[in-house]
Design a binder for this molecule. Structure first.
Ligand SMILES: *Cc1c(COP(=O)(O)O)cnc(C)c1O
Length: 499
């Protein structure tokens, strides 16, 4: 299997090359040249297997340049060491006749980013070896919260790598900051930036593309890479859990093999829902994808109208990981529904960069509209939905998951479609405890983060994730806050090359 770019379909890279590079030189994203197809018998066989076995089977079909032994080592390292709590890894919880919650947050940082960022370091180091790269990889991450911590946990103590995270000092939650500044590991660092997320992101981008810095680091034996969600190595492990959820429904007697389901995903950068779409391209029987946004509803408008327009107000919401105006992974869907028209995609993306908007063709819009239904939900209705789900179904969703459940309910009301639906649950409610508590009618103000965890445990009757409880009293290793202009200095210091 070879990989091409959404902006140049003549390209032919191995998966190791695509994972190592992250982004194509033409600015496009890497996509597989075709999708492996699963047969009904494959689903039947996978239904009898564990998550780890399912992952090996599916990943092997995409990473054809990896040996079986390499795939096994990657999968076992990520999912087989107990860091996801149980061998279920991504359990499916039925909360009523039609709604099945796919819990993707049992990893070490309690958000779904772990599903990909626990395995990416293994893909990355294997890819470096396979492509003959013997330098140490320096992974730079600008984060608004969840990605930074998940990347730190994934890359900590991984030989041949260093990970350095920059976050806006006043732009992440207390719990998120505490998660990062207490990070353990011998190859990790985290710095607060005086400024906002854009300052951190721009600083990282500048360093990535600075030829002088790249050369200096090269001479010291280092090479930069990215753990950003556009990397193919982050997308491909996400395909696995949708197929796994379907297999759980077969083995649990919830559906017949071959029966269609719906999939509803709380969406930001469009990575998670795109992975579900790719699962369908492999043969997963899907009736409709339901794309859920918070008040930042650029995707809702796009799916309904065919026009993408980022020229609008940006809102900070209680589901912050979906506060986004440019959904980068949408480019991969556009490539697919355009019939792999790389010229068209380049043109649309240039328009987006220049005018902040573009419109797709009628044919492309029709193809999207047949498979995707979109809706949005503001903070008020997010909280109402948390309360209702708790009261009616006895389940406590986090704020992001609640957006998805709410949009699913809108879908049912408007279409009457009662097809069984998998709803992706992307974070533990304890990670956004303050908002969840107030939605449940428990006043969180004046309580510190750990008191809030206890209150939510009492109210929801769920266990506090060990990794969050364990932050209490942990030693602060990375309290430093720097100017964004000093980021390169901080990198040199962490790599011990600041003589
Ligand atoms: C990143 C994130 C999302 C959005 O996922 P995308 O792949 O960017 O669409 C939703 N919920 C949570 C909790 C996240 O961390």
């Amino acid at each position: 299997m070879k990989y091409k770019s959404t902006r140049n379909k003549e390209l032919k890279l191995t998966s190791a090359e695509a994972i190592k590079k992250g982004l194509s030189d033409d600015g496009g994203l890497f996509v597989p040249e075709q999708f492996p197809r699963l047969k009904k018998a494959d689903f039947a066989a996978l239904a009898e297997k564990t998550y780890i076995e399912r992952a090996k089977f599916i990943l092997k079909k995409f990473l054809t340049d990896f040996t079986d032994k390499e795939i096994s080592a990657c999968v076992e390292g990520a999912y087989g060491t107990g860091s996801f709590g149980s061998d279920k890894v991504a359990p499916l919880i039925k909360i009523n006749d039609s709604e099945y919650i796919l819990e993707l947050w049992h990893g070490p940082t309690c958000a779904f980013k772990d599903m990909a960022l626990q395995i990416l370091p293994y893909f990355m180091t294997t890819s470096m070896k396979k492509t003959g790269e013997n330098k140490t990889v320096v992974v730079l991450v600008a984060t608004s919260g969840d990605t930074g911590k998940a990347a730190l946990e994934g890359f900590k103590n991984v030989d041949g790598t260093n990970i350095i995270v920059f976050y806006p000092s006043d732009g992440v939650s207390d719990m998120q900051k505490l998660q990062m500044i207490t990070q353990e590991g011998n190859n990790v660092a985290a710095y607060g930036i005086r400024g906002n997320f854009d300052d951190a992101q721009n600083g990282v981008k500048k360093i990535f593309t600075d030829d002088k810095i790249i050369k200096e680091l090269d001479e010291e034996g280092f090479v930069f890479s990215s753990a950003n969600s556009i990397n193919w190595g982050r997308l491909v492990p996400q395909i696995v859990y949708y197929i796994s959820a379907y297999c759980d429904m077969i083995s649990g007697g919830e559906i017949e093999n071959g029966e269609k389901i719906n999939i509803c995903v709380p969406t930001g950068n469009f990575g998670n829902i795109l992975a579900a779409y790719y699962a369908k391209k492999m043969g997963l029987p899907v009736n409709m994808f339901i794309c859920a946004s918070n008040k930042n509803d650029v995707l809702t408008d796009f799916i309904r109208s065919g026009e993408y327009d980022r020229n609008r107000e940006f809102y900070q919401s209680i589901s912050p990981s979906m506060d986004i105006l440019i959904s980068s992974n949408l480019e991969r869907l556009l490539f697919d529904v355009s019939g792999k028209d790389d010229k068209k995609i380049s043109e649309l993306m240039q328009k987006l960069a220049k005018d902040g908007k573009y419109a797709v063709t009628k044919t492309m819009h029709n193809r999207i509209g047949k498979q995707f239904w979109a809706g949005c939900c503001d903070d008020y209705f997010t909280k109402v939905r948390i309360w209702k789900t708790f009261a009616e179904d006895g389940y406590t969703p986090d704020t992001h998951t609640a957006v998805a459940i709410d949009v699913y309910k809108q879908y049912v009301e408007q279409t009457g479609d009662m097809t069984k639906t998998v709803i992706a649950s992307t974070a533990s409610p304890f990670k956004f405890g303050g908002s969840v508590l107030s939605a449940l009618g428990v006043e969180p103000y004046g309580k510190n983060d750990f008191e809030q965890l206890d209150l939510l445990k009492e109210k929801s009757d769920m266990d506090i994730p060990k990794s969050l409880r364990g932050l209490k009293g942990k030693k602060i290793r990375f309290g430093e806050v720097i100017e964004s202009a000093d980021m390169y200095g901080a990198i040199k210091k962490s790599l011990n090359i600041d003589k």
